[in-house]
Design a protein around this ligand. Structure first.
Ligand code: SF4
Length: 515
């Protein structure tokens, strides 16, 4: 489309609005940021049959776009955000997820990472089963998909905000307007660390009507946030304000409602006595893991710690604001996405302000807590807040810090290498400084931000550190840091970590509980 001369838009594309049919919008959206091309592609029956689901669609589109020579930072690489056929159903929990698929910088292989928030259902209801972005913009841009009017635009990113907790709120207000409008806006963004580290995350918002604030969830694994910034994307916004319970176009709503009633009743009846997810989210399993000697502690050297009561579920239950509908998609009765309100930040660029911390979830409490020997709940929260808003995957972050702490304690690296930081286990202040260095793009933190595999090679080559010992203590497979479970009691979990396609991630290989 030709733009008017006075327009600040870089590109505009209009499309026909039509309802979702039996879970499919039946088209995907393609954007090329090299030349600002935008067009839609049909979804074929073969695509639905063979590549069912968000990850399948993402892999299919990526396969069609790449060659065996493509590198993660080539313009040819794509960032794909896809949804599956049950996406957006509000009768039962867990249907709000997006799957992000790309050729990632951490493993230099194909990765996928799923994330909650409202973006994925809004994308489907706006008319697309997937969003495919190729090329690199010349300057930072906002991609705006408007499911209200049937328009997609590419606009210059003209905001000073560099971190996700600000970007989410600013763009929700800009594209949503009033309180009602904000409910219909979802924003993807990352933070300033994504310019410098390999395990950068993408944040995905939803507007919390009670807190009057944009909340965030993370597509953390594999470094999709680095690809996001490499393409000079400042944010991707989707607006869909005409929400209702029937937007997925299901074939048999009565059956869906019946299934929803059953699972919602089970959750209501059993959660309090079994998991307390509705009060404390996934952080409930800190206690379980510690009890079974499986809580990663001091870089996976131990599975339990006498100070665990300082970061266990009681602590988080008290810290979380209770009684709010903390679902990351509409209709989720599990509502596990809890947050700590009015948290006073002590360090870094937001010191002296009070913020909403989304989490901690289990991985953050264990990784940024026991695994780095940090049993100070305030520091866990501050690490959690900054990792999220800077756009850092907390699992890779935690393991990378735990790794350098063990290297430091064992004398493989010294203060000379860390520019004076004393990286003993339990030094939460030093961990925070590493995080701020990742965001500033300076100091030893940037090295830690390249991940364990990179550090193992670098330390051996440049510092003469023992490669065999580092191989033993560096908790990564395929270049991705393993998630926060000791696997010594579960051969199946070990195998699952080793065989999972994108790398050792618990959503593909959570076999621990079966064992
Ligand atoms: S709130 Fe928790 S259970 Fe509900 S959809 Fe989000 S992640 Fe899933």
């Amino acid at each position: 489309m030709t733009l008017p001369a006075e327009s600040t838009l870089l590109a505009e594309f209009t499309y026909e609005l039509r309802p979702v049919e039996r879970g499919y919008a039946n088209r995907t959206l393609y954007i090329n940021l090299d030349d600002n091309t935008i067009y839609e592609k049909p979804v074929t029956q073969q695509m639905k049959d063979v590549f069912t689901g968000g990850r399948g669609f993402g892999l299919k589109l990526l396969w069609d776009a790449l060659t065996s020579e493509t590198k993660w930072n080539d313009p040819q690489n794509e960032l794909i955000i896809a949804n599956g056929p049950i996406c957006g159903i509000t009768a039962y929990p867990g249907t709000g997820k997006a799957t992000v698929v790309t050729l990632g910088p951490l493993t230099e292989n194909i990765i996928d990472s799923n994330v909650g928030g409202y973006f994925s259902p809004f994308l489907k209801f706006s008319g697309f089963d997937a969003l495919e972005i190729q090329g690199k913009a010349a300057e930072d841009v906002v991609i705006f998909i408007d499911g209200d009017t049937g328009k997609v635009t590419i606009e210059p990113y003209s905001f000073e905000a560099e971190d996700s907790h600000l970007i989410g709120n600013i763009l929700t207000a800009k594209y949503g307007g009033d309180e009602k409008g904000k409910r219909g806006v979802a924003v993807l963004s990352t933070g300033r660390a994504a310019e410098h580290i390999r395990y950068a995350a993408i944040n995905s918002t939803w507007y919390d009507v009670r807190r009057k604030e944009a909340r965030i969830k993370q597509a953390g694994r594999g470094g999709a946030g680095r690809v996001f910034r490499d393409k000079k994307i400042g944010a991707i916004v989707c607006r869909f304000t005409d929400m209702g319970g029937d937007k997925n176009g299901v074939a048999d709503m009565a059956l869906i409602r019946k299934a929803g009633q059953r699972i919602n009743k089970e959750i209501a009846d059993l959660d309090d006595s079994q998991n307390q997810m509705r009060k404390v989210g996934t952080a409930n399993i800190v206690d379980v893991m510690d009890h079974f000697d499986l809580l990663p502690t001091h870089n996976y050297r131990f599975g339990t710690h006498p100070d665990v009561s300082k970061i266990d579920m009681k602590v988080w239950k008290e810290a979380f604001t209770q009684g709010l509908p903390d679902g990351c998609w509409l209709g989720c009765t599990m509502s596990c996405s809890h947050g700590v309100d009015h948290f006073p930040v002590q360090t870094g660029p937001y010191a002296g302000t009070c913020v909403l911390v989304d989490g901690p979830e289990y991985e953050n409490a264990a990784g940024l807590g026991s695994n780095i020997g940090n049993f100070d709940a305030q520091k866990v929260l501050e690490l959690n807040f900054y990792a999220d808003t800077y756009g850092i995957d907390t699992i890779s972050l935690a393991n990378s810090i735990a790794f350098v702490m063990e290297c430091y304690e064992e004398g493989l690296i010294t203060k000379e290498h860390t520019a004076g930081l004393e990286l003993n286990f339990g030094n939460g202040a030093a961990a925070l400084e590493l995080l701020h260095q990742m965001a500033r793009g300076e100091g030893f933190g940037v090295m830690v931000g390249q991940g364990i595999r990179y550090m193992k090679e670098y330390f051996a080559r440049e510092f003469g550190s023992d490669p065999v010992f580092m191989h033993d203590i560096g908790m990564e497979i395929k270049g991705m840091e393993i998630s926060e479970y000791m696997t010594k009691e579960s051969i199946a979990q070990q195998g699952g970590y080793g065989l999972a396609t994108k790398g050792p991630q618990h959503d593909e290989a959570w076999l621990l509980f079966m064992d």
